[in-house]
Ligand binder design. Structure first.
Ligand SMILES: Cc1cc2nc3c(=O)[nH]c(=O)nc-3n(C[C@H](O)[C@H](O)[C@H](O)COP(=O)(O)O)c2cc1C
Length: 199
């Protein structure tokens, strides 16, 4: 009888562990890439743990795998790991104040002289690729806008002595999440319009 009770307890704990795992909840059974997209969330609090170089390499490679209009690739990435510079970034952009506590920030810049018309869209695709790569590596990040705030744009250009045709679009602070965070549920079929627009 005691043995049976023990087996029941083990089975119960295993079942509970499966149900409590948020990744199980999010699993679509389609593929892990879709699950990664659905798991992405903004993370604004980071631990002190350093980010491995191979992870940084994977993130920047993913960033530059983004699509771009006419394949012009009008992007430049400023990869910042220096604590002093991270603190300066936080003071320039209050909306990216998390930079002072992170281990890595990537400033996604657009090269206007390469693609005057589409640099913003192209660099937004880069930014989303960064966020998805970060999620897949069990890191956390948040998209922080710089452009179109002219003051922030100019201060960052001055900080790195970069020319006027290179526009800092976003700062993405990255680090190991301090606490477990969960994605917001956003899906609604009210925003899906099949073949025609119905009110
Ligand atoms: C264009 C853009 C600008 C954003 N700027 C900021 C920002 O300056 N600071 C910030 O904390 N979050 C910023 N965010 C993140 C949003 O607040 C966040 O994506 C949104 O609340 C949805 O939450 P989620 O990313 O967890 O799904 C920005 C996101 C986008 C797409």
């Amino acid at each position: 009888m005691r043995k049976l009770f023990f087996i029941f307890i083990v089975f119960f704990c295993y079942t509970m562990a499966c149900f409590c795992d948020d990744s199980t909840v999010l699993k679509t059974k389609i593929n892990p890439i879709i699950d990664n997209i659905l798991s992405r969330k903004s993370v604004r609090k980071y631990s002190d743990k350093k980010i491995e170089q191979e992870k940084i390499d994977a993130i920047v490679k993913s960033a530059m795998a983004a699509p771009s209009a006419m394949n012009k690739q009008p992007w430049e990435l400023l990869v910042v790991t220096d604590k002093e510079i991270l603190e300066k970034l936080a003071s320039i952009a209050a909306n990216a104040s998390y930079s002072k506590d992170c281990q890595l920030a990537i400033i996604v810049c657009g090269n206007k002289s390469t693609s005057e018309k589409f640099w913003i869209q192209d660099c937004c695709a880069v930014t989303e690729n960064i966020l998805l790569a970060v999620e897949s590596l069990n890191l956390g990040a948040v998209w922080c806008a710089v452009f179109p705030d002219d003051v922030k744009v100019q201060q960052i250009q001055e900080l790195f002595s970069i020319s006027e045709d290179i526009i800092p679009l976003n700062i993405v602070p990255i680090g190991y999440p301090l606490v477990k965070e969960y994605p917001k549920q956003k899906y609604t079929d009210k925003k899906v319009h099949l073949n025609k627009w119905e009110k």
